[in-house]
Design a protein around this ligand. Structure first.
Ligand code: NAP
Length: 282
């Protein structure tokens, strides 16, 4: 049975993750390790949420300092917040909330997390074609990061539900309009000249599923899978077998957590110690 925020009996400052399912989340380990290292009298709990409104009322009573939001609440949490960051207004999804003077302010640190981890490939991606798989909350954060921080030529977008991809393209149309974005069907992907392929769909969480065939990947291509569990998805196994550079979602997870930690505490997260702790766990 899942516990409610008001049942947490502690005088420490409370931070939380709201989502469902959350039992395999690494966020409690990341943030509690960071609080301990920095000597902050704070604790981070993961709540498996079924009634978002009730849990948010509990969190108000418990005077929460901040929380993360994950699937499936990144969009539905927005009406409960007092203010939204500019990024959130464009991305349309919240993954981090901070309490400031009694107000809850929604941020999106997924975009920053993705962008920070892609930085070593900035020159390689400039003026090249990108393939983005997915049109959910994380795909929207990736699209925002690519448009704001990178200078691609074209972004091809595939999503199972075509209408959702077309809506995303429409909603982002005023952001860097010089970068062309096009919906692409799965059957047309094979002929594209792609430098960076990003899997922001949830396909790959089961070990033997991938939206792309092995023959899509090429030597030198950058293949970025947001999924970090499993660490080596079929997308990444195909990519690496073809000589492509494979990146999984673990570093993005750490970087989006670091950005949230900074918003909450004003301090830098001890990311290297967190990496060591995560390494010990795997
Ligand atoms: P989401 O909003 O629920 O979106 C899920 C996406 O996957 C949608 O585009 C959906 O397409 C697609 N999809 C789901 N099942 C599919 C299937 N069977 N065939 C084809 N497409 C399918 O979730 P999200 O928040 O964007 O998360 C997506 C993935 O990114 C998850 O695996 C999550 O763990 C990962 N993620 C990682 C990080 C990180 O820090 N590394 C951060 C955020 C998310 P439809 O629109 O057709 O439903």
């Amino acid at each position: 049975m899942s516990i409610r925020p008001t049942e947490i009996n502690s005088s420490k400052k409370l931070y939380a993750l709201l989502g469902s399912p959350v039992q395999h989340s690494l966020s409690p380990l990341i943030h509690n390790t960071s609080f301990e290292i920095l000597g902050l009298d704070s604790v981070y709990h993961a709540f498996d949420v079924h009634d978002l409104g009730q849990v948010l009322r509990d969190l108000k009573v418990r005077c929460i300092q901040g929380f993360n939001v994950t699937v499936p609440y990144k969009e539905s949490v927005m009406p409960y917040l007092d203010e939204l960051s500019n990024e959130v207004k464009i991305i349309g999804a919240v993954n981090t909330v901070v309490e400031k003077n009694g107000k809850w302010i929604g941020h999106n640190t997924d975009a920053k997390g993705f962008s920070r981890t892609l930085r070593p490939y900035k020159n390689a991606v400039a003026n090249q074609n990108i393939l983005l798989l997915g049109a959910g909350g994380s795909a929207r954060a990736v699209l925002y990061a690519l448009l704001i921080d990178y200078e691609p030529k074209k972004i091809f977008i595939f999503n199972r539900t075509k209408e959702r991809a077309l809506n995303m393209i429409e909603e982002f149309k005023t952001l860097r309009p010089e970068v062309e974005r096009l919906f692409i069907s799965l059957s047309s992907i094979a002929g594209l000249d792609i430098t960076l392929a990003v899997n922001a769909s949830s396909v790959g969480m089961k070990p033997d599923e991938c939206l792309l065939g092995a023959d899509f990947f090429k030597q030198g291509m950058i293949a970025y899978d947001l999924i970090y569990n499993p660490a080596s998805t079929l997308f990444l196994r195909h990519a690496r077998a073809s000589g492509a550079i494979g990146i999984n979602g673990l570093e993005m997870l750490i970087e989006q957590a670091a950005a949230a930690f900074e918003i909450w505490t004003g301090q830098a997260m001890p990311a290297n110690e967190v990496r060591k702790k995560l390494g010990q766990k795997s």
